[in-house]
Design a binder for this molecule. Sequence first.
Ligand code: DAH
Length: 342
Amino acid sequence: MLQNLDDLRNEALKAIDQGNSPEALNDLRVKYLGKNGELTLLLRQTGKLPAEQRPAFGQKANTIRAQIENLINEKREELIKVQQEKKIQEEKIDLSLPGYRLRKGSMHPITMVLDEIKDIFIGLGFSVVEGPEIETDYYDFQALNIPLDHPAREMQDTFYLSEDLLLRTHTSPMQARTMEAQAPQLPIKIIVPGKVYRRDEDATHTPMFHQVEGLLVDERVSLSHLKGILLSFAQQMFGQDREIRLRPSFFPFTEPSVEVDISCFACGGSGCRLCKGTGWIEILGAGMVHPNVLRMSGYNPQEASGLAFGMGVERIAMLKYGIDDLRHLFQNDLRFLRQFEN
Ligand code: DAH
């Protein structure tokens, strides 16, 4: 049986020497030292030996066990190290490779148009002011010559927060707020960009949209100033060849009131699908500030006169970029928005 031990040791050492992976060495550990391993089985037969041989056999078996165990561990570590080094070699980072490109975001078309509108009016000497989106009935309506129960209120279906508070239906309340804060000093020359709200929703209306209001109050302001300013705006926004025309209209806070059309930039005025064959495209409402409005906000209509205008930013963006459905602007569809990357 001692001979058996020697044979087993020699066989095991040879096998370990030839083992070429950590897994193979694990298998060898099981084969020789495991619960049913060859050495384990031999040891179990110790009882069959004459009593005086048992200690020597046991000792030898334990020595061999330790030897096999140590060799397996050593070899295994060696192999793992080799494997790791090989992996590191293979994964070598190539610093000359280009990095992952981060996709750049872009301005929303509404923001782009708002910025452009602001730039144009700043260039004409206007300053930009903003106002509250939660407004009082007084500033949204009464100070604009729309008294309580006046039928003109029906033009703007309103989100009321209480009897006196509402979501502003237009940017015009900032006309009254600005004049009130500055009266009787002249001049006032402001634009008011911002969000407005109305109870409206279909293909051409969203409950929230954007407007830019304009107000100029000074001595002897006339309709020709209004026309000159808006012509300059139309040409900078839609091309140097644009013309404008004023059509009579009605707003409670201006007298006279006008709708302003620009000559169609798609056909140059000869008539096409965009302008529905008329050669003209409506872009905003405007007029001369109503004397009542001046008076309520602290100006004497004998001394001061004003012009005002209000435009819808979505409409201008849709015209400018050829967007056919208002809802594209608010659905956050990246396929739409990415067209505005620059
Ligand atoms: N506030 C009007 C609206 O929302 C637009 C408007 C028309 C503003 C004429 C003006 C103006 O300042 O003079 O329908």
